[in-house]
Design a protein. Structure first.
Lengths: 269, 536
């Protein structure tokens, strides 16, 4: 791990710590409505002001970070894992299996999965708690988000399989399992990590979009996605940048830090 | 030469007064141009602007006025209506308007094969309608059963031509469909044969055309309005209204509380897949009234609707001048009174939670439709209001088809927050909600016999007001219905949102009304940038 990665890790750790100690750092609960202080400007009492229902934006940002920082990477991990299994196997085995998987990926990408999400939400018990509901949402996103990374991983694996050092390793009689674990997987790591880090912001924003369809985080639980929905009211944001700038900045910074952690990986030979 | 100059000046004056194209948006494609088959809002707009009617409800004064009829008389206890028709009136294609056209329209309206939604209001009993000319310019219609507010129902009946070869395109209203490009726009042109004149004897309408752009995206609609590409924006939400108000304060119009309601109701269907203890809660009058008292309606108006709504009283909106039971007031907000009421009903606090007599924690879900920020915010407020009583409310946002499926077919829900659109001042428009046998008796629909004595009482009162011809008697019956609804709270009426619109300063003669269509109800008198006196 180089210095940039260390700094990124420390900063990410600080963000995670802040979200874990949200109860201590924020003076009020994320759901408490101060109905006489609607859309209030930043003050000592409300460091980032309040939202349209008079809720403390700072508290909501910290608690929202907790939700998004844990669940979006979890969903990204799940989708990358599925993509690695399907894409990696297809690229490694090649032939009919690879063609079948490629066709399967194309088919999967062409299907309207939004309807599945809507159906699942409609089938969930109505008294599902907000946190269970959001976990299911991210789980579904993770399960449905594998196809695009799988395509990239398959292509990457295929290139590696035909590389000189792997051909030479095979010629030396190294077993398939050792070939996979010792030579192929370590070289796939940068691709897998890149796919993982790319997926994290995608899932954060997907959750925001799903919120419009009722599949996102339900009230009163906050999330980054739900906070970014305020972008819809762009004129209000232009006049009161404190409404969104901290949340947007945090999302951008965290995503950048995650990319620093991911892209600095070296390919071992 | 002098004559030529005078003629030119006269032409220029006319052009200044009549020129202009009014532009606004329809949210969806109209489903029909046949005035008798109108069901959707876009088709209703076309009907309002193109169809000629015998009587018209003045959206501003809320009084009935004769249009194609100069006089009408309702007899036989509301079964028969006689009209004296205006003479020298022609359809847009030049065909003369006669009593045969009215008789033909009424027969079409009541033809079971046509399935006219407009005709449903006239089908009070089985049997055929009798409709015939009783003179050169008079016509009668006799319906199989008494029809309440019979004359007012004709506000929705666009007269068709019995003889014109063009049928639906031959109209008696101020405008006629000129061009239609599916998915893009509908151009309504001025009807050259429109019969109305202004006080100075000038032919109406003043406008040359109305361009109805088909546009679903509200932000785009607003953007086009700001760029002066549209003249009217209908049904603004409070956030958009305030945004526009900050930029163009003279363009926005708050016409006051509309007839629409934001309501909450609980599932009281006997066969619903609910635990028995929850069904007991929802069927308890005290429980429902306590929830009603625990909801701070003033805060919903102030916080969610930014002051552009009024706490609702009941089935009649606060803007329904005649039918509102003035002795009733919106349910007063009081958490302590609500808790006391719940305690009288066997509930009690245990720590932060509220428990029923069998020690079940009071927790229920409330569903609403996705994508409606006003509903989501209202639910967040209700959630906190109920939390003060120790009630846990789980907010569930569903796509609209799923919501409808749950409340009207599977009955797999506990409570719902939804908007009800109401276009009718007359309580007969609500028969489908209050009769216990009705499919839209939402909290417990299509009952074979009334489930409770008070529902039986409402049935009786609604039928009595439907049969009575004396307006004051009808009002007395409906006042009693409102009283029962207030006391039993089968539906918790939260707020009546205000009718919010935006109108370009180029449009003159605008007189905003609370009834739909709020801005262009007097479309024939609107003008663009003309010299006519503005009433705004």
């Amino acid at each position: 791990m180089n210095r940039a990665q260390k700094v990124a890790l420390i900063l990410l750790g600080l963000v995670a710590l802040a979200s874990l100690f949200a109860g201590v750092l924020a003076s009020s609960s994320y759901s408490q409505q101060f109905r006489d202080s609607l859309n209030a400007s930043p003050s000592a009492r409300f460091p980032l002001g309040t939202d349209e229902l008079g809720r403390d934006r700072f508290a909501r940002l910290l608690y929202g970070t907790r939700v998004s920082l844990i669940l979006a990477p979890a969903a990204a991990f799940l989708s990358t894992l599925i993509a690695a299994l399907i894409g990696g196997t297809a690229g490694y085995l090649g032939g009919k299996w690879e063609r079948a998987v490629t066709a399967g990926i194309d088919l999967f990408l062409s299907l309207p999965w939004l309807f599945l999400l809507l159906t699942v939400r409609a089938l969930l018990p109505l008294n599902t708690s907000p946190i269970t509901s959001v976990i299911i949402t991210f789980l579904l996103l993770g399960c449905l988000g594998w196809a695009t990374p799988a395509r990239i991983i398959r292509a990457g694996t295929r290139t590696l399989v035909h590389s000189d050092y792997l051909v030479q390793a095979r010629a030396n009689g190294i077993s398939r399992i050792r070939l996979f674990w010792r030579h192929l997987l370590p070289n796939l790591r940068p691709i897998l990590l890149a796919q993982f880090w790319i997926s994290v912001p995608v899932f954060i924003l997907s959750e925001a979009n799903l919120g419009l369809l009722g599949l996102g985080v339900s009230e009163p639980l906050p999330s980054w996605g739900a906070m970014l929905r305020e972008l819809e009211n762009y004129t209000a944001i232009l006049h009161n940048p404190w409404m969104l700038v901290p949340a947007a900045l945090l999302v951008v910074v965290v995503c950048c830090l995650q990319l620093v952690l991911g892209t600095e990986e070296r390919i071992p030979c | 030469m002098l004559r030529l100059v005078a003629a030119l000046l006269f032409t220029l004056t006319l052009a200044a007064q009549s020129a202009g194209e009014l532009r606004f948006c329809l949210r969806t494609e109209p489903k029909t141009f046949n005035p008798l088959l109108v069901e959707d809002e876009s088709s209703e707009t076309i009907r309002y602007l193109t169809a000629g009617v015998l009587v018209r409800l003045n959206r501003y004064t809320q009084e009935l006025e004769g249009e194609l009829t100069s006089k009408w008389k309702v007899t036989e206890n509301g079964r028969r209506i006689d009209f004296d028709l205006r003479q020298n009136v022609s359809f847009s294609d030049g065909t003369p308007f006669t009593c045969e056209d009215v008789a033909y329209t009424i027969r079409q309206l009541m033809d079971p094969a046509l399935h006219s939604p407009t005709g449903d209001a006239f089908r009070s009993a089985p049997g055929a309608v009798e409709s015939k000319c009783t003179g050169a310019a008079s016509v009668m219609a006799r319906f199989p059963g008494p029809v309440a507010a019979l004359a007012a129902q004709f506000d929705q009946v666009g007269i068709l031509s019995a003889r014109s070869a063009h049928k639906e395109s031959a109209v008696l209203g101020p405008f006629m469909v000129g061009e239609y490009k599916a998915g893009s726009y509908i151009l309504l042109r001025r009807n050259p044969n429109y019969w109305k004149h202004d006080a100075n004897g000038k032919k109406l309408p003043y406008l040359d055309a109305i361009r109805l752009e088909i546009q679903q995206n509200r932000e785009l609609e607003l953007l086009r309005f700001r760029r002066n590409q549209l003249d009217i924006v209908n049904k603004l939400d409070p956030e958009m209204y305030d945004r526009l108000s900050a930029e163009m304060p003279k363009s926005v119009i708050d016409a006051g509380p509309s007839l629409d309601w934001e309501v909450v109701f609980f599932n009281q269907v006997a066969s619903a897949p609910l635990p028995d203890y929850k069904r007991r809660w929802f069927q308890s009058d005290e429980f429902r009234r306590a929830i009603s008292e625990a909801i701070n309606r003033d805060d919903i108006c102030r916080v969610v609707y930014r002051g552009h709504a009024r706490p609702a009283v009941g089935p009649a909106s606060v803007s329904n001048r005649f039918w509102l039971n003035a002795s009733l007031k919106p349910a007063p907000y009081s958490a302590s009174a609500a808790l006391a009421r719940l305690e009288r009903d066997g509930f009690h606090r245990s720590g932060n939670a509220l428990l029923d007599r069998d020690r079940h924690k009071v927790e229920f879900s409330m569903i609403t439709n996705a994508g409606n920020k006003l509903h989501e915010r209202t639910l967040a407020l209700i959630q906190q209001d109920l939390a003060k009583l120790g009630i846990q409310l789980n907010v569930v946002v569903l796509d609209f088809p799923s919501l409808i499926e749950r409340i009207s077919r599977s009955f797999n829900y506990e409570s719902v927050l939804m908007a009800i659109t109401n276009v009718d001042l007359d309580p007969n428009g609500q028969m489908n909600i209050w009769l216990s046998s009705a499919d839209n008796h939402q909290w417990n629909p299509a009952q074979k016999t009334p489930a409770t004595p008070w529902e039986a009482e409402i049935d009786k009162l609604m039928q009595a007001q439907n049969a009575a011809q004396d307006l004051n008697k009808r009002k007395a019956y409906f006042d009693k219905v409102q009283q029962i609804v207030w006391e039993r709270a089968p539906i918790l009426f939260l707020v009546n949102p205000n009718a919010l619109s935006a109108v370009s300063s180029n449009v003159k003669n605008v007189t905003p009304a609370t009834l739909r269509p709020q801005i262009y109800w007097n479309a024939e008198r609107l003008t663009i940038g003309g010299t006519l006196v503005s009433q705004r």
